[in-house]
Design a protein around this ligand. Structure first.
Ligand SMILES: Cc1cc2nc3c(=O)[nH]c(=O)nc-3n(C[C@H](O)[C@H](O)[C@H](O)COP(=O)(O)OP(=O)(O)OC[C@H]3O[C@@H](n4cnc5c(N)ncnc54)[C@H](O)[C@@H]3O)c2cc1C
Ligand SMILES: *[C@@H]1O[C@H](CO)[C@@H](O)[C@H](O)[C@H]1NC(C)=O
Ligand SMILES: *[C@@H]1O[C@H](CO)[C@@H](O)[C@H](O)[C@H]1NC(C)=O
Ligand SMILES: *[C@@H]1O[C@H](CO)[C@@H](O)[C@H](O)[C@H]1NC(C)=O
Ligand SMILES: *[C@@H]1O[C@H](CO)[C@@H](O)[C@H](O)[C@H]1NC(C)=O
Length: 530
């Protein structure tokens, strides 16, 4: 009898899954050591990397930036495959923040050096502090301190020490204090999109210092983030990646004894893991690398049967608790194409930074929809592009997914009118909007938005360390099952990769990449191949 080669099944053809497949295949191919297969529930590879096209430009619906090119494996691949230049215009974001036009609700253009910069500096200092780039002076117990409350303390201290009573002439109802707080909120809202924390009061302070960034510039990929994915997949033989293969159940054997194998009534497979697919088919495997998002894992441990993916027996409590404690938020991108350049801005739409009144404020303008109020910027995807981009987080990001295109166009155009015109009457909705629409309304021909929150294959965008969890939970995420190494059951039945399993680089493509390599190497080591 010829011994069967071990079969490794990878669930998910995103960055983590394809990196693992690439590594395992390239080590195994020549020696024919084991079989590898990738099963992907969707009908495309890439997962949260979803390069698309809009208005003739190449855009990213998901992962966008290489967060620091120094030492990034993604940057290295991008260089090797010459993906950093392109003929087709792309989302290069070269009209950068340094030349942002900051405007306060109602159309009050703010002076960068006197109004904006001091608050920006305050915010950046506080975040540097949180990330321990500066020596810490915070005393006492930081247990359960959130980034939100840390920032609030910082802002309060600043406001207490400055002349907040100062009058602001020519700024309508804006006082100095309100303006400072609102500019600070712009940065907080940007931070919400960076971290996916719907509320910074739920983002753990202590974990901030563990998060690592690569040094150097942050850039986007001219030929699209998908070119990295395609490069990883290009070495895999046809058929190795199977699309449209949604896994609904993973049966594993935490306590299998050899005898039980004969009794369990299964077809005489000796492979310990059994995968069930949504079309009713099954597949057995020696090892399964699960790379589905933390959102999908969270749904799998809810016992309301809503989970598309189930573990049987259920995941052990140490694993389930880490999954439920960690945070997984929704971040979405909205692209809008201008049908004509707004006539006051024929030099191109500005890199608009919007300073809103707080969502509860009596001073807020009624024309601006609530879901726009925590959006920090609205800007062209490159100098002079007619495609504008905004990022949304939390509740607003989720709401965006269910809005109709016309509602989005109306809401964003009205918001722009309240920033680029001085018509308070219009903003308050007190004026016949027909009369003003010609003068102030920006027209959009179409919109495209991502839908990471409601797509059942993702159920969110990326992970963060929520208050109540810690970096240890990220390590726990990475632990293979069964945990007991001295038990009779076969080891390494279920392995876990994916962005949410990396302690210091979670939430990123390179975190996902490292995690895929880590699990491939775990298996190679198990078979003494490295
Ligand atoms: C809007 C947005 C912006 C981002 N911006 C950046 C950025 O600028 N820089 C950066 O580094 N990162 C960014 N990220 C994060 C980055 O995209 C992810 O960290 C990374 O792509 C995750 O890869 P992964 O392999 O861990 O998971 P995924 O890409 O989610 O791969 C998992 C795969 O599993 C599949 N799957 C799920 N359930 C099943 C099932 N039951 N059966 C079979 N298959 C299943 C999914 O379809 C998916 O293809 C962004 C993400 C989003 C959403
Ligand atoms: C866009 O503008 C910035 C700043 O004005 C400039 O540095 C950059 O080279 C421009 N990019 C393109 C593609 O024109
Ligand atoms: C930007 O676009 C506008 C209108 O499309 C055009 O008039 C202007 O010359 C462009 N500017 C640059 C620098 O390309
Ligand atoms: C991926 O991009 C396509 C457009 O190319 C879009 O229709 C789809 O909704 C995107 N996926 C998600 C989850 O946003
Ligand atoms: C931290 O928060 C968790 C969950 O919210 C709670 O169980 C725990 O007691 C808190 N710890 C401290 C030190 O406040």
């Amino acid at each position: 009898m010829v011994a069967k080669k071990p079969l490794i099944v990878i669930i998910g053809a995103g960055m983590a899954g394809l990196t693992a497949a690439n590594k395992l295949h390239s080590v195994s191919a020549s020696k024919d050591l084991f079989e590898v297969c990738v099963v992907e529930g969707g009908n495309r590879i890439g997962g949260r990397i979803n390069t698309s096209e809009f208005g003739g430009d190449r855009i990213e619906m998901g992962a966008t930036w290489i967060h620091g090119i120094g030492g990034s494996p993604i940057h290295k691949i991008a260089q090797q495959i010459h993906a950093l230049d392109s003929e087709q215009p792309w989302e290069c974001m070269d009209g950068n923040e340094n030349k942002a036009t900051t405007i306060a609700e109602g159309g009050f253009v703010l002076n960068p050096s006197s109004h904006v910069d001091p608050i920006t500096k305050l915010f950046n200092n506080l975040m540097d502090h949180a990330q321990r780039k500066m020596p810490t002076t915070t005393k006492g117990d930081c247990g359960n301190l959130s980034v939100g409350s840390f920032l609030k303390q910082g802002l309060d201290a600043y406001c207490g020490s400055s002349k907040e009573e100062e009058e602001l002439k020519g700024f309508g109802k804006w006082s100095k204090k309100l303006l400072d707080e609102a500019i600070f909120a712009v940065h907080e809202n940007t931070q919400r999109t960076y971290t996916s924390a719907a509320d910074l009061f739920n983002l753990d302070y202590a974990a901030e210092s563990e998060y690592q960034m690569f040094p150097g510039e942050e850039i986007t990929i001219a030929k699209g983030y998908l070119s990295i994915i395609e490069s990883l997949a290009s070495v895999l033989p046809p058929g190795l990646v199977q699309l449209g293969r949604k896994v609904t159940r993973i049966e594993w054997q935490p306590e299998r004894h050899e005898a039980m194998n004969l009794e369990n009534g299964r077809p005489c497979s000796s492979r310990p893991v059994m995968l069930h697919f949504c079309d009713g088919s099954i597949m057995s495997a020696d090892h399964v690398i699960v790379t589905v998002s933390l959102g999908v894992l969270k749904a799998s441990i809810r016992d309301d049967d809503s989970g598309m993916l189930m573990f049987n027996p259920p995941l052990p409590s140490f694993k389930a608790e880490a999954i439920s404690r960690l945070g997984f938020g929704v971040v979405n991108k909205l692209f809008m194409q201008l049908s004509e350049p707004p006539h006051e801005h024929s030099k191109g739409f500005p890199f608009l930074q919007m300073v809103f009144h707080s969502p509860q404020s009596e001073l807020r303008h009624k024309k601006i929809p609530w879901w726009m109020r925590r959006t920090a910027t609205l800007c062209p995807i490159y100098n002079n592009s007619s495609v504008l981009l905004s990022w949304f987080a939390g509740e607003e990001a989720l709401a965006l997914e269910s809005l109709k295109d016309e509602e989005i166009i109306e809401g964003v155009s009205d918001t722009i009118s309240c920033f680029l015109s001085n018509s308070l009457e219009f903003c308050n909705g007190n004026v016949n909007s027909e009369k003003y629409s010609h003068e102030y309304k920006v027209k959009f021909s179409k919109v495209l938005k991502s839908k990471w929150g409601t797509d059942p294959l993702f159920l969110g965008s990326y992970s963060h360390v929520a208050v109540g969890s810690s970096g240890d939970d990220l390590d726990t995420m990475a632990e293979p099952l069964p945990k007991c190494l001295t038990c009779a059951s076969p080891p390494l039945q279920i392995l876990f990769a994916g962005e949410a399993t990396h302690r210091t680089h979670y939430s990123t493509t390179h975190g996902a990449y490292f995690s895929g390599l880590r699990e491939a190497n775990r298996l190679l080591q198990h078979y003494s191949l490295c």
